[in-house]
Write a protein that binds this ligand. Sequence first.
Ligand code: ATP
Ligand code: MG
Length: 420
Amino acid sequence: MKYSAQKGTKDILPSEIHNWQRAEKIFAEVCHSFGYEEIRIPTFEQTDLFARGVGDTTDVVTKEMYTFEDKGGRSITLRPEGTAGVVRSFIENGMTSLPLPVRMFYNITAFRYEKMQKGRYREFHQFGLESFGAKGPDIDAEIISVVDVFFKKMGLKNIGLHINSIGCPNCRNEYNKLLKDYFRPHLAEMCEDCQARFEKNPLRMIDCKIDGGKDVVKNAPRLIDHLCDECKEHFEGLKARLEAIGIEYTIDPNIVRGLDYYTRTVFEFVSENVGTQGTICGGGRYDGLVGLMDGPETPGIGFAMGVERLLLEAEAQGVLEEKPSYVRIYIASMSENARIEALKLCNKLRLEGIGCETDMAGRSFKAQMKYAGKSGVPFLAVIGDDELANGEVKIKDMAEHTETPVKLDDFVEYCSQNIV
Ligand code: ATP
Ligand code: MG
């Protein structure tokens, strides 16, 4: 039987992993520089956590969750995103009594039963962060700034920041009434999902994937024009801070975000390169979520970035890096005694943190040289009985085609100074 990876899943191969590791490292460093610390949450949670935390009118919950019953009869769901689990952990582990804001970042796999396309998978990766306990627009600007600094450190350009405010429950209630009056006469021409949203959560009709392009949706009243005074002030505060830090943005009244728990600030970073799946990062404020999950009322804000999309964008912008040569030197051997000496040298080199390789496959000397040439290793040393007798080997720089004689006793020191 021939096996293949499940639809929507992908192997990340040794030939490409260095770019993942680089992005992970840069993301962690940038988060640390803002005072965020890493949290690791479980891959699965009770289904109800997502139904409540993500919102049971969202596509994620109604259509995309990997839900199953475990052997104990519990309904379990593979996390479709990170926020709900982080909020659960924040409450469960008593972090609500820590000095605020509590800042955490994560690097997770997420699972959604979706139609496969470029930049859209069933198992994918997200970098994200959450910040709890800060109410004002400073923290909104801070987390946007994390993304901005991260993109800069990755060497990425032209990823547009789109911001919007979706208000608070107060202004949203008023607005929902307005929206229902507006959509009521058009309801018959809208999709089935929108007809359901009309009763439950009319705001979601604005980002419908089916009806979104229609004039009736485009011309709908905009929440941004109906914010209450506090929400308006918060949004103005955010804009002023972004301008002060020098982060460009456009206001996009159509961003409502897929998830129900957002309040006030919502934002997306969207690629301006054609051919990649648009939104690389999405986030926003969720002041009601901790309370909704039975924690003490605590404002919160966060974002999640799709790592596959990030790397597709990095590829499109030509900022992916060459694979580094972890193995710096290959030690070829011409005799049994030389094999032993090569092993000993390798052992010493590795203790010094220098990557090296010697023959493990029982290759002839000629085949070892061929292997070394093909492997792209930057340095080569050859040991035979003559070298053992003289106590000296030649280290060849494969790119420069130069050879340097080095005493066996000085081998490790020479390597640590010249080949790393
Ligand atoms: P989309 O509108 O593209 O479906 P979303 O609103 O469902 O995105 P979020 O839930 O906000 O996305 O997730 C944050 C980020 O995670 C997205 O901006 C995207 O980069 C990434 N992402 C979401 N779903 C997938 C997926 N199925 N495959 C790969 N990346 C994804
Ligand atoms: Mg989606």
